[in-house]
Design a binder for this molecule. Structure first.
Ligand SMILES: [Cu+2]
Length: 328
């Protein structure tokens, strides 16, 4: 019987107490999951030096005073001991999350595109878009005008659809998410041509922004930076995010572009991290409203947008979510 790469990796992560930093396993199975667990527990997992700097300086994780040291921008070399420097060198990649499951209000479950599918031949047909993302990484601001920002790196359309009624909710279940990776969570949709979404040219997709959440209501300048953001709620909700299909949306096929922007390193130019996830929707029971006025995802953001190049450690009470204004 076959055991999936994801299952093997889950076992390994557990066996290692979530502490493995080994991604090249003896059996040839690359374990992003194991790495993700380690990352989440704050043990290691830097894909950028500045990420590492944050994580290292923030043990225990809610220690704001120590963070002041970091935002003072002390030189890397003076912060790192020899031991941590060697971990840095060892950790070439790290993992975050991806949308693993999509569940409708009726309880029907679909799969997102799992990076572990690269070990399946043929890969399963799922509504989630393929992305060349074995390290479960991100799209950096220097690529925000590149097609990689549309649906993640080298993405290709999903080959199935989530069947969903207009006006109903779907739940997007991420595998995991590191608590330090604060920022907004945003949903966009774009209509597909009459031929559907499974062979659509992604560069022709014109999206409207249908939902966005960033700072929680009631945030003050003394709110702990980790708790200030909707990402905190998302993590406490077991990495689930709910998207509501607009009730009056015309029935048809759409690409949902769901995204988390991680801003923990965004004080640095090019330090923000976009994690877009695309999913094909087949909307039924809809109304009269067609989507007009959408824009290409390559026009959403620039590296210098105030919501992209930003220091999230300065007691923010306001945040301007980047990208187009909310639709309607
Ligand atoms: Cu990270």
């Amino acid at each position: 019987m076959a055991i999936s790469a994801t299952a093997v990796c889950a076992i390994k992560a557990q066996a290692a107490g979530g502490r493995t930093n080994s991604t090249k396993q003896k059996d040839g199975i690359f374990c992003p999951f194991a790495r993700t667990q380690a990352h989440r527990f704050g043990i290691l997992g830097a894909h950028r030096r500045s990420d590492y700097r944050v994580r290292f300086r923030l043990k225990p994780p809610h220690d704001v005073d120590r963070f002041t040291l970091v935002s003072a921008n002390i030189k890397m070399a003076t912060l790192l001991t020899l031991a941590t420097a060697s971990i840095l060198l060892a950790s070439g990649v790290s993992a975050h999350g991806f949308v693993q499951y999509i569940t409708t209000a009726e309880g029907v479950q679909y799969r997102g595109y799992d990076p572990g599918f690269r070990f399946s031949n043929p890969a399963p047909s799922v509504p989630g878009w393929y992305a060349d993302n074995p390290d479960i990484g991100f799209v950096p601001p220097q690529s925000f005008q590149n097609p990689d920002i549309i649906c993640h790196k080298s993405s290709r359309p999903g080959q199935d659809y989530v069947n969903v009624k207009a006006g109903s909710n779907i739940t997007l279940q991420w595998l995991t998410w590191p608590e330090s990776h604060v920022g907004p969570i945003i949903d966009y949709i774009a209509p597909c041509p009459s031929t559907g979404c499974t062979n659509v040219n992604k560069e022709e997709l014109k999206f409207v922004k249908v939902a966005q959440k960033a700072l929680k209501p009631g945030v003050t300048s003394s709110t702990n930076w980790l708790q200030a953001w909707v990402v905190d709620d998302f993590i406490h909700n077991d990495f689930k995010w709910t998207f509501t299909v607009p009730r009056d949306l015309k029935s048809g096929q759409y690409v949902l572009r769901h995204e988390i922007l991680a801003l923990h390193s965004a004080w640095d130019t090019n330090g923000a991290q976009a994690y877009p996830q695309c999913i094909n929707l087949n909307v039924t029971g809809g109304g009269q409203t067609e989507i007009k006025g959408g824009v290409e995802a390559t026009k959403f953001y620039t590296a210098e947008d105030p919501g992209i190049h930003i220091n999230v450690y300065s007691g923010l009470t306001e945040y301007s979510v980047p990208g187009p204004a909310l639709w309607r």
